[in-house]
Design a protein around this ligand. Structure first.
Ligand code: FES
Length: 151
């Protein structure tokens, strides 16, 4: 069981020594999330293995309070090596647990901005791939109507 001081140290360490800060360009998935209450932002960029659907690289950048930026850093570590489905099954609560519930309970939007932005990037990625699949199916259907064959 970690003490309150351990959680404070964890947050300060991520704030002062952010993990995975930066931007992937190009990236397979990106999203920008904001907390309208204060104007703080987090930008997430991800690379994803299309076969295994595992996150191979994750970066964040942004501006905001200590908790939002530390939490975004922690979020990029939390999702490394996980699949899209595993991450979409997580909730902001999983990150709150890591950061220390008592410490961040009054700052939930700060604490979960990063992980919610990750989830938004993955939803956009999935939607784009579904559109690609729909388009691919349409092209194949058109070809078949002409009597062509595809595997
Ligand atoms: Fe803006 Fe924390 S005060 S995200």
């Amino acid at each position: 069981m970690s003490s309150r001081q351990d959680y404070i140290d964890f947050i300060l360490d991520h704030y002062e020594n952010p993990r995975n800060r930066g931007r992937l360009d190009p990236a397979d998935a990106t999203a920008k999330g904001g907390n309208p209450g204060c104007g703080d932002i987090v930008v997430i960029s991800l690379n994803i293995d299309p076969e295994t659907r595992v996150i191979t690289e994750a970066r964040f950048e942004g501006e905001g309070c200590t908790i939002s930026q530390a939490a975004a850093s922690a979020a990029t570590e939390m999702i490394a090596g996980k699949t899209i489905d595993e991450i979409l099954e997580m909730s902001g609560d999983d990150l709150v647990e890591i950061l220390g519930r008592d410490l961040v309970s009054g700052r939930i939007r700060c604490a979960t901005l990063g992980i919610h932005t990750v989830r938004a990037a993955l939803r956009k990625y999935q939607a784009a791939r579904r559109m690609d699949q729909i388009e691919a199916d349409r092209v194949v259907d058109q070809g078949r109507e002409l009597g062509l064959e595809f595997e």
